[in-house]
Write a protein that binds this ligand. Structure first.
Ligand code: URA
Length: 227
C-alpha cells in the first residue's frame, strides 16, 4: 500500500520511481503529477508520449477510474478524450447529473500500453501508489470504477466486473490502510464494452451511474455539513 494519510488533504506517497525514498509527503495533486510526469516505474514509460495523470476537480465528490490511456489520450495527455470518453461524458451528465469538469477522472495505469493491450499486473502494481494517492487527495464520496481492471484493482478482488457490478462497496477495502471512511465504490462496465456490446451493457451502465448519484445524495459531503 503506497499511501497513508498524515493529515486531511495530504498523502504520504511511496514513490515507485525512487525506491530508496521510502515515502514522501505529497501535499496536492499538482505535486503528485510533477512526480508522475517523469516516472520510470515500469516498462510502459518507454512507449508513452505523455503521462496521462488525470484531470478534473481536486475536490470532486465523484471520481471515475478507467483502465489506461489509449492512443488519443496518450497524444493529448488527457484521460477519456476518445469515443469512450464521449460516452462517459454523456453518462455522467444524463444519469449522474455531473459535467465532466466537476468530477475527477483518472486511470489505473497512467501510460499507454502498447497496441492498447491490457495492463499487466506488475504495471498496475507499479502505478498503484499514484492512484491511491489521487483517491486520498481528492477524497471523493463515490468512486465509479470502469471495467475489470479498475474495479478489481480498487476492490482488490478476483471477481470480474459482471459479478462485481450492481452493488456498492466500502473503500478502502480490506488490506488497505484506513483513513478515508465513508468513500464507496460503484463498479460498472467500461464504456468501450458498451460501444462494442450495445443495449444491455449500456442499460446496466446507466443504472450504475444512477446508483452513484443516489449514493452521493445519501452520504453527507465531508466537511460541508449534512445535506
Ligand atoms: N479508456 C480508459 O480506460 N481510459 C482512458 O483514458 C481512455 C480510454
Amino acid at each position: 500500500m503506497g499511501v497513508t494519510l498524515s493529515r486531511p488533504g495530504a498523502a504520504r506517497f511511496r514513490n515507485p520511481c525512487a525506491q530508496h525514498l521510502r515515502s514522501q509527503a505529497v501535499a496536492d495533486l499538482s505535486e503528485l503529477q510533477a512526480i508522475a510526469s517523469s516516472c520510470q516505474g515500469c516498462r510502459l514509460a518507454s512507449g508513452r508520449t505523455t503521462v496521462v495523470f488525470g484531470e478534473g476537480s481536486p475536490s470532486a465528490t465523484l471520481m471515475v477510474i478507467g483502465e489506461g490511456p489509449g492512443r488519443d489520450e496518450d497524444l493529448q495527455g488527457r484521460p477519456f478524450v476518445g469515443r469512450s470518453g464521449r460516452l462517459l461524458d454523456r453518462l455522467l451528465a444524463e444519469e449522474a447529473g455531473f459535467e465532466r469538469d466537476a468530477v475527477y477522472i483518472a486511470n489505473v495505469v497512467k501510460c499507454r500500453p502498447p497496441d492498447n493491450r491490457d495492463p499487466k499486473p506488475d504495471e498496475i502494481e507499479a502505478c498503484r501508489p499514484y492512484l491511491d494517492a489521487q483517491v486520498a487527495l481528492v477524497s471523493p464520496k463515490v468512486v465509479v470504477t470502469l471495467g475489470n481492471f479498475a474495479s478489481k484493482t480498487l476492490l482488490r478482488s478476483e471477481l470480474g466486473i459482471t459479478r462485481l457490478r450492481g452493488s456498492v462497496y466500502p473503500w478502502p477495502s480490506e488490506g488497505d490502510s484506513p483513513g478515508l471512511g465513508g468513500t464507496v465504490v460503484v463498479p460498472t462496465f467500461h464504456p468501450a464494452a458498451a460501444l462494442r456490446g450495445g443495449g444491455e451493457v449500456l442499460a446496466a451502465m446507466r443504472a450504475d451511474f444512477v446508483r452513484a448519484r443516489r449514493c452521493l445524495e445519501a452520504v453527507p459531503v465531508r466537511g460541508k455539513g449534512p445535506l
